[in-house]
Design a protein around this ligand. Structure first.
Ligand SMILES: [Ca+2]
Length: 587
């Protein structure tokens, strides 16, 4: 790992004169002025005057030197001490860590992964950092968050909707070593009923929602630490949760002292349903999706090839059977509007990420901050029905109007009184070129973009990293770069369940090469990736077998051609299932 650099805040004085009080600068100028001696006609007088003048000069010079000593010695001392401290910091201060997770988005939504949605700040992070192109999440929100925060598969690390007591979280591991730990966004690990706060699992500071979804205008269970602050949204007519999550994250950065490293977890609710976005954010997308989802999928495929995300001979999975061809779609205006709002939600998130990056820059922290961005699962096909109710759905708008929930083509989504999702057709396009969706373990549900950015720690930025990797790798990666011993146990009476992830830090030097076996089992999917082979099944259906090296879209089932491979992978999957379930029972 390359040595970490430490950057002074932008407003620190680099010019010594800036440290001199104005009155002393003026005094120095008055001492210097008599050096311009007049020439006298009488030689004696001239000699005497010259002597006096020289004496004056010597006196003045002595005064100047004395004055300079008075002023500069203490300053040099401070400067020397500051330089010493800075040098010391360069060698001792571990990097700040910022993990950003977005919600329910497809593999090709971001501009830097082939999308047409405007994400300039994430694209810049990618081009100045690394893009992991074979990165996996779990297939739903909370299980992904459990795996990401503990480094242990959710089958062990998540219990009753919260985290296993013997799976320490990232902030719990980093805080004892001096990190300030903060979180802004969606927690979704509060248990059933909600009782476990981020503050109970290692975070010093928390702003966000406890549950898994909420109105963007009037979010349910909005908290600042343990205090319910739903009234803050109720009383601000321009409240929008994406903006609030970004703004709180910038506050948390500014509140971190220069000599304290920061671990910040920003978990956006964008672009999970409901389709909520402000008119000004939707407007730039007006008419941009009139080509429909069939054309959009082709367009994304081409751009993904141009970017090198996909190989030049890559193909497109067939349109999902529940999606009609665009030309046969009856409600095209409404359908376009759904995708326009979705895109607006993503761009609003990207704008917030830009504000967070700018704050890191302004506080001098960006150079030595490892930023990781990823998504918790693939694009979500779920059609939000008019009768669906939950604590995430407000009964009325903040000004008392009735809600109009449901994917009803007669209602254009976006405003506060609507509650819709973007559905099968656009989720199918979001997950280009893969098939299936959130809740499933086919590639469309679990293949996600991952971006790593760290000016002080990543060599040859701009690269694509094809190594197979997973959310459980985030913890060991961060522990390696913060130079922590992951097996250290500060409380021997409380066992620590070993991690399932492997550090990706070698990728920062361009050396990551490892064969991986990845396990999946949740909701409507089960899978095992073992090298380039993968078994996957939908709930209660038989296993399918694919060789992703030649069939990345999972189109040719090889179970009959390779029964030995099927047996090998199913044996590993069953062994892993038993191991993880056994660990979950540790008291
Ligand atoms: Ca999600």
């Amino acid at each position: 790992m390359s040595q970490l650099a430490f950057q002074l805040p932008e407003n620190s004085a680099s010019d010594p004169s800036a440290a001199l009080p104005q009155s002393l600068c003026t005094q120095h100028f008055s001492f210097v002025a008599p050096l311009n001696c007049r020439v006298f006609s009488n030689p004696y007088i001239r000699l005497r005057k010259i002597s006096i003048c020289v004496m004056n000069h010597l006196t003045n010079l002595a005064c100047i030197l004395l004055s300079l000593c008075i002023v500069t010695v203490p300053w040099l001392g401070i400067k020397s001490h500051a330089a010493e401290t800075t040098t010391e910091s360069q060698h001792s201060q571990p990097p700040n860590v910022l993990v950003i997770m977005s919600d329910d988005m497809g593999y090709s939504d971001l501009g830097c992964f082939g999308g047409e949605i405007k994400t300039p700040h994430l694209d810049q992070l990618a081009y100045d950092g690394l893009r992991f192109t074979n990165f996996y999440s779990e297939n739903m929100c909370w299980v992904s968050r459990a795996a990401m925060l503990t480094g242990v598969y959710h089958k062990t690390s998540m219990i009753n909707g919260s985290l296993h007591p013997h799976c320490p979280t990232l902030p719990e591991r980093l805080r004892p070593d001096g990190y300030r730990t903060a979180m802004s966004g969606k927690w979704h690990l509060a248990g059933k009923p909600y009782r476990t706060f981020p503050n109970d699992r290692g975070f010093d500071d928390f702003y966000g929602i406890l549950g898994g979804a909420a109105s963007f205008y009037a979010p349910a269970h909005l908290h600042r630490n343990r205090k319910n602050v739903e009234d803050e949204a109720d009383n601000a007519s321009d409240y929008y949760i994406t903006d609030a999550i970004s703004s709180e994250a910038t506050r948390m950065i500014r509140a971190t002292p220069d000599d304290k490293p920061l671990f910040l977890y920003v978990a956006y609710t964008a672009a999970h349903w409901p389709l909520h976005a402000k008119p000004a954010d939707i407007e730039p997308y007006h008419g941009k999706y009139s080509m429909g989802w069939d054309k959009l999928r082709e367009q994304r495929l081409q751009k993904m090839k141009q970017l090198g995300i996909l190989k030049p001979d890559s193909e497109l999975s067939p349109r999902h059977p529940q999606v009609s061809s665009w030309k046969n779609e009856k409600n095209q205006s409404w359908q376009q509007r759904r995708m326009e709002v979705y895109a607006a939600q993503v761009t609003a998130m990207d704008r917030g990420i830009g504000q967070i990056i700018q704050t890191l820059k302004n506080t001098g922290k960006l150079e030595n901050t490892l930023i990781l961005f990823t998504i918790d699962n693939g694009g979500c096909h779920v059609e939000y029905p008019a009768g669906r109710k939950g604590d995430y759905l407000p009964q009325k708008t903040r000004d008392g109007r009735p809600m109009r929930p449901g994917n009803l083509p007669s209602i254009m989504p976006g405003p506060e009184d609507t509650y819709q999702s973007y559905g099968y057709g656009w989720a199918n396009a979001s997950n280009t070129p893969f098939r299936m969706f959130k809740q499933f373990d086919h590639e469309g549900g679990i293949r996600t973009p991952m971006i790593a950015h760290w000016p002080a720690g990543i060599k040859s930025p701009g690269r694509l990293v094809p190594a197979v990797s997973h959310l459980v790798d985030i913890v060991p990666t961060i522990l390696e770069v913060t130079q922590k011993n992951e097996t250290r146990n500060r409380n021997p009476t409380k066992p620590i369940i070993p991690q399932d992830g492997k550090s990706l830090a070698a990728a920062f030097d361009g050396k990551l090469e490892h064969e991986r076996t990845l396990y999946f089992d949740h909701a409507r999917g089960s899978a095992l990736r073992h090298g380039s082979w993968k078994i996957v099944r939908e709930r209660k259906k038989p296993w399918e077998l694919y060789n992703l090296k030649v069939d990345p879209l999972e189109l040719v089932d090889l179970t009959e051609q390779h029964p030995d491979k099927l047996a090998e992978l199913t044996t590993i999957w069953e062994r892993e299932s038993k191991r993880l379930s056994r660990q979950a029972k540790i008291k």
